[in-house]
Design a protein around this ligand. Sequence first.
Ligand code: TYD
Length: 132
Amino acid sequence: MNVKLIQLQKHGDDRGSLIALEDQKNVPFTIRRVYYLFNTKDDVRRGCHAHKNLTQLIIAVRGSCRFLLDDGKEKITLTLDNPAQGLIVESMMWREMYDFSEDCVLLVLADAHYEEEDYLRSYDEFVKNAAK
Ligand code: TYD
């Protein structure tokens, strides 16, 4: 499986760091929604779903968490812990997030508004759809 990690340019000086996100530039889609996960307990798994038609860019702007990505054939795990690194999660990709650090803030940019009908929340249903 090809994991798409984007390196984000850091504009830093002695005052600190800044990263800008611009759609169709360093973000490879039109941004229609932004949300962030924070105060996540370290013993919970979040995500545990796939999307039928949604692309997201996910950045650990603070702290860290582990990611499981599963395209229905192959699974990979990785750690997100770098605010200058964005993970592209495309449609039909099962994802689970776990081992959140206490300070973890996960920023998510998405190419569509929230739509519950776009979710596949059953793993079995996801695998059946992925095999089509
Ligand atoms: P959920 O998708 O379960 O979070 P995760 O999969 O990341 O663990 O979403 C939690 C709740 O927030 C759920 O009631 C739906 C709501 N929600 C929105 O209203 N808008 C959104 O953009 C998202 C992502 C979730």
